[in-house]
Write a protein that binds this ligand. Structure first.
Ligand SMILES: [Zn+2]
Length: 61
């Protein structure tokens, strides 16, 4: 559950990096992101993101 993909534009949210430009610190899991966060590229909400199972390295913290 390390990465989530925007289904609209393909932006990839990676917990390792967070989204510091929008106040999301690195290490923040997708579930912990505030509900009002939007895709930094296209502006859709979290509901339009899908978990990226491909490449999941079983990281479980
Ligand atoms: Zn997007």
């Amino acid at each position: 559950m390390a990465k989530y993909i925007c289904t609209v534009c393909g932006y990839e949210y990676d917990k390792k990096f967070g989204d510091p430009d929008n106040g999301i610190e690195e290490g923040t899991s997708f579930e912990e992101i505030p509900e009002d966060w939007v895709c930094p590229t296209c502006g859709v909400g979290k509901e339009d993101f899908e978990e990226d199972f491909y490449g999941d390295d079983e990281e479980d913290e």
